[in-house]
Design a protein around this ligand. Structure first.
Ligand code: IPE
Ligand code: MG
Length: 211
């Protein structure tokens, strides 16, 4: 969900306002994606690299994730099941604070029975960390390292292969996001920063994979 900072700067607002608007746009986009019959929506909320940002910005983004995972009533109304992926809370490098952990656990529990779209939020997530973790898990289990055995140890093994990756805010580079899962995926580029990504952007992305 790139471009929150630039969206704010272009309006003479602090970067944190851009993150706030980005969280609100995600709530809008979830509604739009459900209406468009999307089965799996996975968003990059906060990366393993983002912790080096200024403390106040990090704190603000943490609070927004608490708010996001607190949207249980909306998710239930939409029949959306929420998931999280990132460095497991009990591993040495994990950085997710306790209050965000609690919000994540509660949201997962309180939306577990929903049967519609699955929304997966990547928080304290990095694709390289995920692949390393999966490889180590497979090795601990004594399994031969194969595409299938590694795939079974990804953070959320039930996620299907990625159909289309959306890059917002004019970014045209690959990020540390779902590198294993997005082999062969289409990429949809848009100049719009994340807070402005809308139904039109989603439908453009879907048209790349729905013919
Ligand atoms: C994305 O917006 C939000 C996070 C990475 C948490 P950015 O903060 O990357 O916004 P830009 O790229 O500076 O515009
Ligand atoms: Mg950015």
């Amino acid at each position: 969900m790139d471009g929150n900072g630039r969206w704010a700067q272009a309006r003479g607002l602090p970067r944190t306002d851009g993150h706030t608007e980005g969280e609100e746009n995600l709530a809008r986009l979830v509604r739009i994606a459900v209406r468009a019959d999307v089965g799996w929506l996975t968003v990059f909320g906060f990366s393993t690299e983002n912790w080096i940002r200024p403390r106040p910005e990090v704190r603000h983004i943490l609070g927004l994730h608490e708010r996001l995972f607190g949207r249980v009533a909306e998710l239930n109304e939409l029949n959306v099941r929420i998931q999280w992926m990132g460095r497991p809370f009990d591993t040495p490098d994990a950085r997710t604070p306790k209050y965000v952990q609690r919000a994540i656990r509660k949201a997962i529990r309180d939306t577990a029975a929903n049967t519609g779209m699955v929304l997966t939020v990547a928080f304290d997530y990095g694709s390289r960390a995920e692949i390393l973790h999966a490889a180590r898990q497979a090795r601990v289990g004594g399994q031969a390292l194969t595409v299938a055995s590694l795939g079974a140890h990804l953070y959320v093994p039930e996620l299907p292969p990625v159909d289309v990756v959306v890059r917002t805010s004019g970014e045209r580079r690959v990020s540390n996001f779902m590198l294993w899962q997005s082999q062969g995926a289409a990429i949809s580029f848009t100049a719009k920063p994340w807070p402005e990504f809308d139904a039109e952007g989603l439908h453009t992305a879907l048209s790349l994979v729905r013919g």
